[in-house]
Design a protein around this ligand. Sequence first.
Ligand SMILES: Cc1ncc(COP(=O)(O)O)c(C=O)c1O
Length: 382
Amino acid sequence: MNRSDFPIFDYQPDLVYLDSANTTLKPRAVIDAVRNYYENYSANIGRATYDLAERATLEFNSVRQKVADFVGADLREVIFTHSATYGINQVAFGLRDFLRVGDVILLTEYEHNSNIIAWQKVAAETGARVVFLDEKPDLENVKIFAFSHVSNITGEVFDYDEITAKVHENGGLVLADITQSIGRTKTNLKNYDFAVFSSHKIYGPSGVGVLFAHREVQEKINPLIFGSQTFKKISRENVILADNFSRFEAGTPNIEGVIGLGAAIDFLNKISMNKISEHDIELTKYMTKQLEKNGLMQFLIGAPTTGIFSLNHPKIHPHDFAMLLNQQKIAVRAGRSCSDILMQKLGLDRGVVRASFGIYTTKTDVDKFIAGYKNAIERLAD
Ligand SMILES: Cc1ncc(COP(=O)(O)O)c(C=O)c1O
């Protein structure tokens, strides 16, 4: 599907790119949008009034609406950040005043390290405790529940509707890490208070992320950094911060990155998220069938329903697999994939081989991976 939209395949026609959960390849539309900004209206936003600056400001601002529409949010709930990681840190450290000694920060063991470390640090500062879901905690003391909607290791989808409702009942807040779900399935922010993702995982440039924060909870978080664009009024003695998303967007943003993200969303909308999701599901089923057919299911971790597959062979190091696959131009992730707590739980200190799909992935890519994986076992086992 749409392989010709990705110029990298013109230069590397044999590339089998199975690392889209790490970062996605970029379509021509995104590359062109970034280049167009540099070549035709390269200017700072929100400050100057000449034509170039006004065009840059208009283009930048239009992306906020595109992002909001993409997930059914309100424009005022969209905060541009540098990454999903930054968004999580903004919420975690922004809630310092909300957390007290003994409060529980509930995480799941499936979290990316980014959705663990910031919470551990903020817990250490405030006296709150980080507790993982598999410890089966009492939900009454949960002040924050932060979870990934799709696991970056097992490709499983987690909604946690009941826990979300319970946490809300007790006055807690919920953050959904939608980094792995937003480019794969139609995302519904439902009643989550916060959600985060990175542009580079949905075919946009890196260095840009989005934090959704519902209007009522935006007031609960303090900005991480301060500077230009963040205030309503300033005097020698005092500053009054803006009472909207501007409060969290200090300094000149990654203008070209945000414009590129807008182009990525246009690109995805043109294909339609329904079609993208169908493609992902079809390939996921195909991969599962091929793993079964080739006797490889025993190595699979979890039960993926989206295009992220992690495999563990008891005898062969993931890096050895990756090296042999790389010789056939098959790009996969090998190691703990930033999920150390899950790897510890599974006893997989060396990590896994992870193959993950994007909208350009084909059944032929899957076949080549399966053949390459089997061939590596033949060469490396014993
Ligand atoms: C589920 C999940 N959350 C967060 C992140 C962090 O994203 P970034 O490194 O773009 O901040 C990743 C990246 O792999 C991820 O898969």
